[in-house]
Write a protein of this length. Structure first.
Ligand code: SF4
Length: 376
């Protein structure tokens, strides 16, 4: 199974679609190595995330503690701290690094509130490539503001021989956000169709399955049912900076336990975890979060292989493209019944906008948007 460790809620980006940066944790109270040591070995993927994990002064020690516990160790980062990332890649060349980028040049900077952010990320990526990184990539979140650059970002990643991981705008209590909505769902979904076609036209098998994950994002963007049931809490969990374990980062009521005060076995095999899993089975949210999508399309016997239905979709549509036909997206997603979200709250850029940060105290574990999962 997969696990995401949110090592900090400090962040040096100021994104329009996430309010973590406004609610930073105090470094003295963030999950420590002793707590992380309690995790068992044998994970398939372990993601070190945030906030911005490179702000942790002990990031190398965190990697040292967690690397033996997983087949694939990943860092999700904004890529602004190139020095830190380069030192990690030099020590762990196989580590998976995904740098968040929301568009080219000014587009990225406006969405993520990062001065010269795009330039810095590109420079960091080139440094990591030169340092011998073996599993590098960008990660982007589809939204109205960058939907016209989705394919361009993919082509940028291809030109550097790195991957492009994708997700769609969503809400979550851990993002302190409940008003993220795509304003023009059909327009954004149609742009993602181009990416799906482009990915399936490549000659990298792994990219074909990324195309399928993006088909799932089209369904999410259109406000429709997930393509596969969610298995959060069983196949994937999140640990927050206070050691609290949640089935996912969207619903705050899926709390499974605390790694500081309990053992992993107590949490994962306990009655609370079982009750949480029942809630997940009935979850109406239909999100297609990366963690829940990746695990949902996996073969239940061989975690590194896809489900048969996914394999079938890939093969049928790859063959179609090979003989010059196009993918019939309307067979998989419903463009006729799309909820109207044109009146949704407009996101604002924090690039030039002053905003106060509120340091979170140790005990209160302040999450400000506890009803976020009711809003799709
Ligand atoms: S579908 Fe429900 S349980 Fe699954 S990740 Fe989304 S909000 Fe969490």
């Amino acid at each position: 199974m997969d696990i995401s460790i949110i090592t900090t809620y400090r962040c040096n980006s100021r994104c329009s679609m996430c309010n973590i940066w406004k609610n930073p944790t105090h470094p003295d109270y963030e999950v420590d190595l002793e707590t992380l040591e309690k995790l068992p070995a044998g994970f398939d993927y372990l993601n070190i995330t945030g906030g911005e994990p490179t702000l942790r002064k002990d990031l190398l020690s965190i990697c040292h503690t967690l690397a033996p516990k997983t087949k694939t160790l990943e860092i999700s980062t904004n890529g602004l701290n190139g020095d830190v990332l380069e030192s990690v890649v030099r020590k762990y060349p196989n580590i998976k690094i995904r740098i968040s980028v929301e568009g080219l040049d000014g587009k990225n900077d406006v969405i993520r509130g990062e001065r010269n952010g795009f330039e810095k990320k590109l420079e960091t990526m080139k440094r990591l490539i030169a340092a011998g990184g073996k599993d590098l990539g960008f990660a982007t979140t589809f939204q109205d503001e960058n939907s016209d650059q989705i394919v361009v970002l993919y082509q940028l990643a291809e030109s550097l021989h790195v991957e492009l991981a994708t997700s769609a705008l969503h809400n979550g209590f851990q993002f302190h956000k409940n008003d993220n909505q795509i304003y023009d769902r059909v327009r954004v979904a149609k742009q993602v169709e181009f990416l799906v076609t482009e990915m399936l036209s490549s000659w990298k098998v792994k990219t074909w399955f990324r195309a399928y994950l993006n088909l799932g994002l089209i369904a999410k963007i259109l406000g429709q049912q997930r393509l596969h049931p969610c298995k959060q809490g069983t196949d994937s969990v999140f640990v927050d900076p206070w050691g609290d374990v949640y089935a996912c980062n969207v619903r705050n009521d899926l709390h499974m336990g605390n790694l500081r005060t309990q053992s992993w076995q107590e949490i994962y095999q306990g009655d609370v975890a079982q009750a949480v899993r029942s809630k997940v089975t009935e979850c109406p949210q239909n999100c297609w979060m990366v963690s829940s999508a990746k695990t949902a399309i996996r073969n239940k016997h061989f975690a590194r292989l896809p489900k048969t239905s996914v394999l079938r979709w890939v093969l049928i549509n790859k063959l179609k493209l090979l003989v010059g036909r196009s993918i019939a997206f309307e067979r998989y997603v419903d463009y006729a019944h799309v909820p109207d979200s044109s009146g949704a709250t407009r996101r604002v850029s924090y690039l030039e906008r002053p905003e106060k940060k509120v340091l979170q105290p140790e005990e209160s574990r302040r999450y400000t948007q506890l009803d976020s999962y009711f809003n799709r």
